[in-house]
Design a protein around this ligand. Structure first.
Ligand SMILES: [Zn+2]
Length: 388
């Protein structure tokens, strides 16, 4: 371990009680997306105390923030991303309290280095579980001036490079015509039948799709009472694919199914996106490799290099703007399933606090690599330019 990393290692160890305190306080006070007022206050308060220049409510999002260490903003610039939203009913069942604690721990440790060769920025990104703030912040250019964006996520194993699916959330509204269902059905157009035809069409379409495409849907409205032909029926779909450009094509095919299903009965269909669209995660390989090397430096050798995840994360949108990683590190014995009460308990335990400290070190070491190793920076930029 070189001198800089030895110093960082000591600094994170000194910060361990603070990292544990932040993880525990956020863990004990779970807040849903865009309502994370307690967490945002706690984190920005601590960062301001540590000399960071804090800006709250960025991008028009009340619980988003950014905090920059050096006022003169020397290049290069590294961003550490903090999530802090919880899930309904299961609290911090995704362990975002640990993500916040680790990123803040890493940023403060870096800011205390004697010679920090660049700028460290913390970005507070709310509502990962619903309408991810990273999508809005990426659209508004909050990541463009960064040279790298880093975060970690607690999980069941150590994986440094992940791919996730691009996601569109589309609502389809079928418009028919009401009539007495028993005595005058010939005058009606049944919107519920249209939506059922739509799902039959989708099931047929699925047989023609590659393995990494996903279409999952529910019917949210299907009429009011059995003796009126339903004049309105609504379905909500999550459509996913490995790449944004493939998803754009798949979404059009799903729309064709909806139009066919409506036309079949003489009805009509309209559609709209009901949540923000996520892009696929493109982990920057040189950056992911640097993170793996740093885990090994810390004696963590059981690391999977690449894994395809079938979910979607808003970090995907960040990874299209700037070299980014979203590695997973093992929480506890790795046997707990995410989005459960058990996972929330593990994220609020001594194991959780220990993991946040380990993650803070790995993030801080990797951030230092980005700031001090010109060759790595070049490799990251070359790889990034080749992605799209
Ligand atoms: Zn999560």
């Amino acid at each position: 371990m070189d001198v800089g990393k030895q110093e960082l290692n000591r600094l994170v160890d000194q910060l361990a009680p603070e990292i544990g305190r932040i993880a525990t306080l956020i863990g004990r006070n779970p807040e849903l997306g865009h309502q994370e007022r307690y967490a945002a206050e706690l984190l920005t308060g601590f960062l301001a105390e540590q000399g960071f220049k804090v800006e709250k409510g960025i991008g028009g999002l009340a619980t988003a923030f950014q905090a920059q260490h050096s006022a003169e903003a020397a290049a290069p610039k590294v961003g550490l991303l903090a999530e802090y939203d919880a899930l309904p009913g299961v609290g911090h069942g995704c362990g975002h309290n640990l993500i916040a604690a680790a990123s803040i721990g890493a940023a403060v440790a870096l800011s205390r280095l004697k010679d920090l060769p660049g700028t460290v920025m913390v970005l507070g990104t709310p509502a990962e579980e619903t309408s991810g703030a990273k999508v809005t912040l990426a659209e508004q250019g909050f990541f463009t001036e960064l040279d790298a964006a880093l975060m970690f996520h607690p999980g069941s194993q150590n994986v440094t490079e992940i791919t996730t699916l691009a996601l569109d959330a589309v609502e389809f509204i079928f418009h028919g015509k009401a009539a007495h269902a028993a005595s005058a059905a010939q005058y009606g157009i049944n919107a519920l039948d249209a939506v059922i035809n739509f799902f039959v069409g989708i099931n047929a379409l699925k047989k023609q799709l590659p393995d990494d495409a996903r279409i999952n849907g529910i019917i949210t409205e299907g009429g009011i009472t059995p003796n009126i032909v339903p004049e309105r029926a609504v379905a909500r779909l999550y459509i996913r694919s490995a790449r944004r450009r493939e998803l754009d094509d798949l979404r059009e095919r799903v729309i064709s199914c909806a139009q066919g299903a409506a036309a079949m009965l003489g009805g009509q269909v309209t559609w709209r996106k009901f949540e923000l669209s996520y892009d696929e995660m493109c982990s920057n390989r040189p950056l992911a490799d640097a993170f793996t090397k740093n885990l090994r430096l810390m004696g963590i050798n059981k690391v999977i290099a690449l894994q395809a995840a079938m979910g979607s994360v808003d970090m995907g949108n960040v990874s299209r703007v700037v070299p980014a990683i979203h590695p997973y590190l093992t929480l506890g014995d790795g046997m707990t399933i995410p989005h459960t009460r058990e996972f929330a308990e593990a994220a609020l335990s001594e194991d959780g606090n220990r993991l946040a400290v380990i993650a803070a070190k790995a993030l801080a070491f990797t951030a230092l690599d980005v700031l001090s190793d010109r060759k790595l920076l070049q490799k990251m930029k070359r790889e990034f330019a080749g992605i799209y």
